[in-house]
Design a protein around this ligand. Structure first.
Ligand code: DAK
Length: 257
């Protein structure tokens, strides 16, 4: 499918997604959200050889400056619920993808932008990046999973403070709070994201998929994460990846190390 607000490129089996609305600082309007949803639905079937995804924003200033505020004016409660549910469904597709997804945060990651970055498995921030959930300034709360994921990453104490004060924090503070994995010099965020994906792609892909699935179970109130771990561990012992990895170790050959 041709996308109007996403640029998609594949290089060395990594799929790069650039949110491309630089004149609106890449704000997530309905079309962009639909395109993201379309891209991540049936992703593994459509892109069987892709080993990882990197999401970034077009231009030098912004990753994503939020949901498109101009589209929210005049929404009624039902439309609000529908939009929020669609946002949740879309970001859950990213979170549950069985290959690593890294947000290369090149600038503002505010509101829905911070929420999208948090749905990714890892975040690499440029030293210029800024993070925040300033919805309260609009009389709103985060609507794309931010109230839940921010607590998961940085704990209730600071999450409540950031959401209630609408404070925008630097990349360095985001690192100290545990919101991002790395802060790198401006312009190096894609390179560092590639390095992470290349490291992961040398490991057994079935085990990587299982790590994502099992860790996500911790946050799923309908699942017992420990039980999931036992079951998923058992399932991996039958895989060719395990047999190959363990045999290579025993024979002192290069395996997944
Ligand atoms: N939406 C729409 N347009 C935006 C935008 C946004 N979030 N952020 C920036 N833009 C547009 C600006 O309107 C401006 O457009 P023109 O006026 O040139 O047409 C252009 O991008 C450049 O922005 P600025 O001129 O403002 O650039 P500055 O460098 O001066 O300032 C800034 C950068 C990031 C500090 C500023 O643009 C800003 O404060 N932006 C808004 C940040 C923000 O509050 N983001 C929204 C967070 S709330 C929901 C689900 C989710 C959400 C809400 C509801 N439901 C299901 C109902 C989530 C809400 C949010 O994300």
């Amino acid at each position: 499918m041709e996308y109007s607000n996403l640029i998609i490129e594949i290089q060395n089996n990594i799929l790069f997604v650039t949110i491309n609305r630089p004149t609106a600082l890449n704000a997530l309007n309905k079309v962009t959200m639909s395109e993201i949803n379309h891209l991540f639905s049936d992703f593994v079937t459509n892109y069987p050889n892709v080993t990882g995804v990197i999401i970034t924003g077009a231009g030098e200033k912004s990753f994503i400056a939020g949901a498109d505020i101009k589209e929210f004016i005049g929404l009624d409660a039902n439309q609000g619920i529908e939009l929020a549910q669609f946002g949740h469904d879309t970001f859950n597709l990213i979170e549950n993808l069985t290959i690593p997804v890294v947000a290369a945060v090149n600038g503002f990651a505010l509101g829905g932008g911070c929420e999208l970055a948090m749905a990714c498995h890892m975040r690499v921030a440029s030293e210029k990046a800024k993070f925040g959930q300033p919805e309260v300034n609009l009389g709103l709360i985060p609507g794309y999973g931010g109230t839940q994921r921010l607590v998961q990453y940085i704990g209730k104490t600071k999450a409540l403070e950031l959401m209630m004060t609408a404070e925008i924090i630097s990349a360095q503070v985001a690192l100290e709070l545990g919101l991002v994995n790395y802060v790198v010099p401006a312009g190096m965020e894609i390179e560092k994201s590639i390095e992470l994906i290349e490291t992961i792609s040398k490991k057994g892909p079935i085990a990587i998929a299982s790590i994502i699935k099992t860790v996500n179970a911790f946050f799923d109130k309908n699942k017992n994460g420990f039980l999931e771990e036992v079951t998923n561990f058992g399932a991996l012992t039958k895989t060719a990846d395990f047999i190959e990895g363990a045999t290579a170790f025993a024979e002192k050959k290069n395996g997944y190390f």
